[in-house]
Design a protein around this ligand. Sequence first.
Ligand SMILES: Cc1cc2nc3c(=O)[nH]c(=O)nc-3n(C[C@H](O)[C@H](O)[C@H](O)COP(=O)(O)OP(=O)(O)OC[C@H]3O[C@@H](n4cnc5c(N)ncnc54)[C@H](O)[C@@H]3O)c2cc1C
Length: 200
Amino acid sequence: MEKSNFPVCTKIAIIGGGASGVALLKKLIDSLIDNMDSKIEISIFEKNDSLGPGLAYQDDVLTSLINRDAKLMSIDSDNPRDFIEWVSNILHLNEEIKTTFLPRALFGMYLQESLRGIVQIAKRKGIKLHISKNEIIEITKIKQQYMLKTRDREFMIFDQVAICIGNTLSQDPFQLRGQNHYIQNPYPLREKLENIPTNS
Ligand SMILES: Cc1cc2nc3c(=O)[nH]c(=O)nc-3n(C[C@H](O)[C@H](O)[C@H](O)COP(=O)(O)OP(=O)(O)OC[C@H]3O[C@@H](n4cnc5c(N)ncnc54)[C@H](O)[C@@H]3O)c2cc1C
């Protein structure tokens, strides 16, 4: 049998647990065969409490809709209908959903639920998966590896790192941040809209 080129244990870090981080994790876990000779250890780091929804699909008003057809929104690259099938399933629908633009928060729930399934598959396959509520604040390349530093000043070494940190905060060219009535980030809309008088 041919020897693998991987080191004895390959450590992979995914920074960011939004849609991209979860989709990548799924693809990785799905593609790994059970109880591999060369062990794989995957760590996913998310700075916020909630893993899955990220900024775009966080819990929010149901009128905030996905801007793409739900039939094309999926984290399963082999099944573009994965999300719509999940929705039909939880709503116990026998027929096809007519509305194609669904609430963004619903997609966030789908991501969270998918993550639970991914964790189970990892367990079954004997893949070590660490889910860490931590912010990565520094990456340093050391020879062929990467050293990550967390906000809690922990240091960890990885062989591969995927950066899935999403959108950065929008620019503030007029230095309005912190000023009264200036909204730097409108999300979640539920909270931000509450502070705007209805007749304004
Ligand atoms: C408000 C909004 C609405 C959108 N609506 C749509 C839509 O309807 N349809 C569509 O296709 N796309 C939409 N998008 C685009 C959307 O960004 C992508 O579809 C997708 O959510 C991006 O996923 P992501 O994982 O790259 O980023 P995010 O979902 O933003 O996830 C990044 C995650 O990384 C975490 N993170 C960041 N930095 C660190 C760090 N240093 N350490 C640890 N964790 C970190 C963040 O907390 C976050 O959870 C929208 C984007 C926004 C902002």
